[in-house]
Design a protein. Structure first.
Length: 148
């Protein structure tokens, strides 16, 4: 009987240690810590990417979106513009705002609101092209600022 009690206590102790370990692991992988890690990674990426390279990536994606839109792939065009904004322009905002906050905000609104809305509303292809031309003009100005 004494041996059985000892075995039961050992099993209970082991179970307790496993449960504490599991709770600790869950706490360490909480959404707050995951988001903090993602934020740190995004911050590191934004400082390692060159503004001119980011601008070129945005231009490429806008051209792709324009082609998708002209071909009737409205969903694809919208997704491509969202990618241009979220995965690229977001990393350009801080450095551009330091040089010209008005240009940064105007370009942001053109991409995030005007272009996306025009695509969602199925605007004429010429309107999409005009918006992209305006965004590219702003990106040209940004490129000049970054080269100074």
């Amino acid at each position: 009987m004494k041996i059985e009690n000892t075995i039961a206590k050992t099993k209970l102790g082991t179970l307790f240690v496993v449960m504490i370990s599991a709770v600790t692991l869950l706490f360490m992988a909480s959404p707050a810590s995951v988001f903090a890690q993602e934020s740190e990674a995004a911050s590191a990426e934004s400082t390692s990417r060159e503004p001119i390279a980011i601008i070129n990536e945005i231009r490429t994606l806008l051209s792709q979106a324009n082609n998708q839109y002209a071909g009737g792939d409205f969903v694809g065009a919208e997704q491509t513009v969202q990618t241009a904004y979220l995965d690229h322009y977001e990393f350009l905002e801080g450095p551009l705002a330091a040089l010209n906050p008005e240009l940064m905000e105007a370009t942001e609104l053109l991409i995030r609101e005007d272009l996306v809305s025009a695509i969602q509303e199925r605007a004429p292809a010429t309107e999409i092209q005009n918006l992209i031309n305006t965004i590219n003009t702003n990106l040209d100005q940004a490129e000049v600022l970054f080269q100074q």
